[in-house]
Structure formats: structure tokens, C-alpha cells
Design a protein around this ligand. Sequence first.
Ligand code: ADP
Ligand code: MG
Length: 252
Amino acid sequence: MALLEIDNVTVRFGGLTAVDEVSLTVGAGEVCAVIGPNGAGKTTLFNAVSGNAAIGSGRILFQGEPIHGLLPHQISAKGVRRTFQNGGLFGDLTALENVLVGLHARVESGILGVLLASPSARRIETEATARARALLDLMEIGHVADQPAAQLSGGQQRIVEIVRALATEPPLLLLDEPAVGLAPHMREQLVSIIRRLAGQGIGILLIEHAIELVMSVADRVVVLNYGKKVADAPPAAVRADKNVLEAYLGHV
Ligand SMILES: Nc1ncnc2c1ncn2[C@@H]1O[C@H](COP(=O)(O)OP(=O)(O)O)[C@@H](O)[C@H]1O
Ligand SMILES: [Mg+2]
């Protein structure tokens, strides 16, 4: 069974069909990249999976169960975590606190409330903080862990958001253009983190414009054009696909 199964999904905005009968699957430990020209429907497809856009028809299954129709926080609680193309940090909270928010979202608030009153809850809290700091260190932004997110550079904010999504090691991670604004060495760091997560069995759906990054990290590449899937193949095959060339050349 695929971890994520997108089955014949259509998303419309008024008269515009942003996602047009798209099907794809992501397996555990698989890195599936979604590429395509601006406006092709990539982010809308993510929004459909994360519950941020309603689907007009089709089905979305996570671990075999339908998730379309659930609210974003319900889908997140099931273990589908995402980053947003235009960020989604709490500017007043520190980088560390933003990551901790991501860790806590996993725990039902009622249970968390009970736990926080107990010594074991304080231990969990301490462990969560240590883990968040370690992840920020790993991504080379440990030195800004205690600064408000709003004061960080765009690239640093992006990394905090990625760390927040990664922190729970969710079964499925959706990354919407994670490399935008990252310096080259941070891109390499990102590639190695994505590979390591996939090696642990996490499924990754990745929207990315940086084509070399896609080619180096993806097991499979899905190409969207005007909302339709026009290719779904390993990177080397996609490079040579005439539909893909047309999708890009048509937009130059
Ligand atoms: N909330 C929305 N309301 C109306 N149209 C939208 C909305 N979100 C996206 N669109 C339109 O849907 C199409 C696909 O957009 P999007 O999914 O953001 O593309 P991509 O991420 O591939 O650049 C575009 O034509 C865009 O203008
Ligand atoms: Mg987009």
C-alpha cells in the first residue's frame, strides 16, 4: 500500500481548473518531486493533500484511509507535515519556539495539558527542546535559535520552517520549494537531510524549481502542466521526455 495515494484529484477555483484529474502515489522512503511551470497547480495539489484546498472530485488516501474532507490540523495530526511556499512562522516566537510548536502539535492538546503537570511531562519538554536545538544546529542556524523569527533572514526563516516540519519525523513530509533563498551549501545540507529522512522510511513529496536539486534527490519526478500530469518517471527519463520539454519550452 502506498503511504500517500492521490487518486484522480481535481481542484477548481471558479472556472479555473488548477489541478486536473491528477493521480500519483508516494511510498514510504520515497522522494517524489513535483515540477512544472509557474501556475501549473503544484502548490494547489499540496494544499489539497494538507486540507488547505477542497477537492472537487477524486480521493486522497493516507496510509489507506481517506483524508480529503478533513481539516488541516486533523491531517497534520495523522502525520502529514508540510512547509509553505511563503512561510508560516510565528514572527514573535523565537526560532526554537517555532520548532517546539511543531513538536507539540503532534500531541493531543488534552493529553499534553495533563502531561505538562507531571514530572515526565517536564522530561518530555526538556527532550523536545534538546531535540529542536540539535536540529537547528544540524541545519547551521543554532546560533539564532533564541532570536524572534521575524528578525531572521529569509533563508534562515525557511530553514526554521523546514526544521519545524521535520522535527516530528512524520511519515509523510510535503516540502513546497524548500531551497528558495538557501545558499548553495545549505542546499547541499538540505539534500543530505532529505536523503537521510527517506532512508528512515519517511515519504517525501517535494515541489522544487531548482532542477539540479530535484534530479539529485528524487526517486521519481512528476511533471504538471496546466493542472495535468504530463510525466511521472525517474529523473533521467523525465529529462528526456518530450512532454516535459514542451511544458517548459511553452512557458519560456
Ligand atoms: N486560492 C486561489 N484562488 C484562485 N485561484 C488560485 C488560488 N490558488 C491558486 N490559484 C490559481 O491556480 C493555478 C495554480 O496555482 P498554483 O497551485 O499556485 O501553481 P504552482 O504552485 O504550480 O505555481 C494558478 O492559475 C493560480 O493562479
Ligand atoms: Mg507554488
